[in-house]
Ligand binder design. Structure first.
Ligand code: DC
Length: 222
């Protein structure tokens, strides 16, 4: 196993996690889905209120009670929150619609960034998110930034959700993706942006295998 750090950032629905998983397997590294961590905190916040809204102050005060970890099972990597498997629960539209609000809170970001740095401290890691190459691991060995048109990203997310039995329409998925893009890239604290030294790849018309090959070739060349 190599001790390398690969950061894959970019917009929702560009296939970051698919690529990050394959790269982690290829290099025998740990894979960390940081979006799932923001989703887990959002889900926790929604459990604290009766109407599914988020009380940000209460959530910030409760951060020490939150434990998030990943486990490999025969169904792939699963996300756990305080011992509960929340892998499917955090993909629901209820969480989709609030996660960018939660991800814009500096205290929550600092809490998760600390955990993410620890997760990458001992072994090689492939981490995907929005701020991995800029904030979490600015010294990452390899940095990629994936982009694609909003319509193509919405179509991909829609197909994924259909397979998972989630019944949002394509229009709803597109509206949510566009709103999250806007919120994630305009938030004041550590917004989504490409690291200066990241390699940008427009995946709009590329297959999953094509993107993987470009990533591997770039890593070999660097
Ligand atoms: O990748 P995703 O769609 O699961 O991410 C969920 C949300 O979390 C997304 O709207 C942006 C936010 N996020 C973030 O701000 N920073 C990260 N490192 C990962 C995700």
């Amino acid at each position: 196993m190599e001790k390398i750090i690969v950061a894959i950032d970019g917009y929702a629905g560009t296939g970051k996690s698919t690529q990050a998983k394959s790269l982690a397997k290829h290099f025998g590294c740990v894979y960390v889905d940081t979006g799932a961590m923001y989703r887990a905190v959002t889900y926790f916040g929604q459990l604290q209120t009766t109407d599914g809204s988020i009380d940000i102050k209460l959530l910030i005060d409760s951060l020490p009670q939150i434990s998030i970890y990943f486990e490999h099972t025969k169904n792939g990597q699963q996300t756990f929150l305080n011992g509960e498997n929340i892998t499917d629960l955090i993909r629901q539209s209820k969480v989709n619609n609030k996660v960018s609000d939660v991800a814009s809170v500096p205290e929550i970001r600092s809490f998760l960034v600390d955990i993410q740095r620890k997760m990458g401290s001992s072994k090689g890691v492939v981490m995907d998110g929005r701020d991995i190459g800029t904030i979490v691991f600015p010294e990452a060995d390899y940095k990629f930034f994936l982009i694609a048109s909003p319509k193509i990203r919405a179509q991909r997310r829609y197909e994924e959700q259909q397979k998972a039995g989630i019944t949002e329409t394509l229009e709803e998925v597109l509206t949510n993706i566009t709103a999250r893009d806007h919120q994630d890239s305009t938030r004041t604290f550590t917004p989504l942006k490409k690291a200066k030294d990241a390699i940008e790849i427009d995946v709009s018309y590329m297959s999953i295998d094509d993107v993987f090959n470009v990533l591997i070739e770039s890593i070999v060349k660097l």
